[in-house]
Every structure is written in C-alpha cells, then in structure tokens.
Write a protein that binds this ligand. Structure first.
Ligand code: ADP
Ligand code: MG
Length: 346
C-alpha cells in the first residue's frame, strides 16, 4: 500500500459520491460511446456492419496479484491491459471498458484514486472509454473485474480454430520476461519479510520487473497487420505461456505444430537472469511462464512477404497435420514434445 499521508474513508463519500468522484476523472474519446457512466446501462453504437467483441477478467487479491510488490497504480493499468489484449487477440481494437470493484475498508479513497490513475493511464494510452462498472464492499481484500468491448468487421475477426496446415506460426515481441520478473519480485519479498531493512536488488532486472508490473498489449501490431493487408488465420494472446497457447490453437484447429528453439524470442538479460539467478531454463520461462500479453498467430505462407521485415514479429514454426503432434526442435536438433501446464490457480 502507498504511503499517502491523507486517508479519506470511502464511507465518508458513500457509493454515489465515489462513483461521481471516479466519473469526473474520465473523458470519453470514442464516437461509439453513446452513453457512459451515470445511467442504468451504458449505450454503445456500431460503425456500419461491425460486430461487437466482449471479454471479461476478474482479478483477486492473493490469487492474481500481491499488493506487497504490486503498486495499485500498476495493478489498475495491468488489469485494463490484460483485457484489451483479449480483444486485440480477436484482431479487433478495443474501445470501451467497464470496471467493477469489491473493496474492503482497508482501502481509502486515496488508494482507490491510485488504482484509477493506472486505469486512466491505460485508457489514454489505448484510447478506450470507461463507460461503467459496479462498486461493492468486501469482507477482505480487493477484487477487480474488467470487461473490455471492441468491434470489428465480421470478415476481420480472427478465431483460434481456423489455422491451416503449413501456416506459419508468428509471435510478437519477446517472451519469458514477465515470469522472470515475478520470480525476482517474489524473491525480494521473501528477503524483505525476513529482513525488512534490506535494500532490494532490482537494478539489473528493470526490464523483467517492468514486464511483470506494467505489461502492454499489442494493439499496435493489430493496426500494422491491417495496414500490411494481413489477416491472421488464427490468433490468441499469450497469457498462460507459449506452450499452452500453441496447444489451444492446435486443439481448436485440429492440427499439429512444430516450433524451433532458435527462433523463440527472449531478451539476453532475461535469459541470463533466468539461468544465473534462478536456475530456470530459459525455455521453461518462454513456454510455461505466462503473462507476456504478446500475440501468437498463424498466417498463410502467401502473406509471409508482407510482414517478413517487421521488427517485432518472430516466425517461430509452422502448423502440421494433427498426427504430427506438437513438437519443439531444440538448438541441438533434438525434437521433443511440447507440454503445457498453464497457470494453476486451484
Ligand atoms: P445501479 O444501482 O443501477 O447498478 P450504480 O449506482 O451501481 O447503478 O452505478 C451508477 C453508474 O455508475 C452506472 O453507470 C455504473 O456503470 C457506474 N459505476 C458504478 N461503479 C463504477 C466503478 N467502480 N467504475 C466506473 N463506473 C461505475
Ligand atoms: Mg450497480
């Protein structure tokens, strides 16, 4: 929690006072936002014949985030970004969000303001409008649920189940850093709990920690693909780790796949930290780490030339017949099965 000097109880404003206070901090930017906060329901318009996309995620304190190292402002930002990432993964641009909160009396108005500062930063960066939500009290801890809404033409929407054999598997950005960042933060928390005056050793790990605390989603790549005239054949965002997302595309498209270790993107500094500080194989961080919020997509071979020089798109393998299975070719040329664990919340 932050070291704000002033502490205003939410009970002093009441629920309506709080909603009004939040509303004042937000401006609507999209012409499709016809009615935002303030009535029984928000109203959204559509541009032409577009279809509406909608995605919801719920984050619970102690399960999905830990406020000992996650500042509320970062939490607000991240909670928005992970939802926008789901809309981007359908090849659409998000335009609106709703935010629902359950707050215990441990949270002051100043704490809620920090959370909404992060939410507002993400809304500005990604040009989305906050159009509603719900506010309720909780017996313990913080819960935050965000719904993101976007729209796209029917023929532009990309699903997980439409990849084709021989399509090229592409991944944006780099992988594994958010997981390494989380391990570093967890380790520093242990040190802090046993020796509260110890100085954290975060210096070399700014990038990995930043990827964990303040992830971005790839609406930029969605726009660039559109400009290049490329509609992916299938797409998913990488929230649970590359292995699990490849499994989803393969299972839903009824295909197999091969990926090549030498083409998997990881930042040198992150790779070194994984090996030297944590004894993790970089491959484990890439395949099973998660929270990268990059995009995994497939394109037809005919589209390769259109994006081959894109600096942020990596070509990591291709789709095979289902009988091939899901395989990774190591740098040693050994071929192994890809296993996906996903996140274990339960
Ligand atoms: P109702 O009782 O009809 O559900 P509320 O009093 O909960 O209405 O909400 C009033 C308005 O404020 C609605 O537009 C709602 O979407 C919005 N709202 C409520 N809580 C939040 C919040 N935490 N963030 C943003 N908007 C909110
Ligand atoms: Mg309500």
């Amino acid at each position: 929690m932050s070291k704000q000097e002033k502490r205003t109880e939410i009970a002093d404003l009441g629920e309506f006072g709080l909603i009004d206070h939040i509303k004042k901090q937000f401006d609507n930017k999209n012409s499709t936002t016809l009615k935002g906060i303030g009535d029984d329901a928000a109203v959204i318009g559509t541009d032409g014949d577009k279809q509406i996309l909608l995605s919801t995620d719920m984050l619970l304190e102690g399960i999905h985030f830990d406020l000992t190292y996650m500042p509320l402002k970062h939490l607000g930002y991240k909670a928005v970004v992970v939802n926008l990432s789901d809309i981007a993964a359908m090849n659409a641009i998000p335009q609106q969000i709703t935010v629902s909160l359950a707050l215990s009396n441990r949270f002051s108005l100043e704490a809620v303001d920090e959370l909404y500062q992060g939410i507002n930063l993400a809304c500005k960066k990604y040009n989305v409008d906050l159009i509603g939500g719900d506010t309720t009290s909780s017996r313990g801890g913080l819960a935050i649920s965000i719904t993101a809404i976007g729209q796209a033409k029917k023929e532009d929407i990309v699903y997980r189940n439409t990849a084709k054999e021989h399509d090229i598997l592409c991944v944006t950005g780099d992988l594994g850093a958010a997981f390494v960042g989380l391990q570093i933060l967890e380790r520093e928390k242990e040190v802090f709990l046993t020796a509260p005056t110890a100085q954290p050793e975060l210096g070399d790990h700014q990038y990995a920690i930043g990827r964990q605390l303040k992830p971005e989603c790839r609406t930029d790549v969605i726009e660039e693909l559109a400009k290049a005239g490329v509609i992916p054949t299938a797409m998913i965002d990488i929230s649970d780790g590359l292995a699990s997302e490849i499994m989803h595309i393969c299972t839903q498209s009824n295909l197999g796949a091969i990926i090549f270790e030498e083409h998997l993107p990881i930042v040198d500094n992150v790779q070194n930290a994984a090996v030297t500080k944590m004894n993790f194989s970089p491959l484990t961080c890439i395949l099973n780490g998660g929270e990268d919020y990059e995009l995994l997509f497939t394109i037809s071979q005919a589209d390769y030339k259109k994006i081959e020089k894109h600096p942020d798109i990596n070509f990591i393998g291709y789709m095979k017949d289902v009988s091939f299975g899901r395989k990774l070719q190591m740098k040693s040329e050994q071929i192994v099965d890809i296993t996906a664990q996903g996140w274990q919340h339960f």
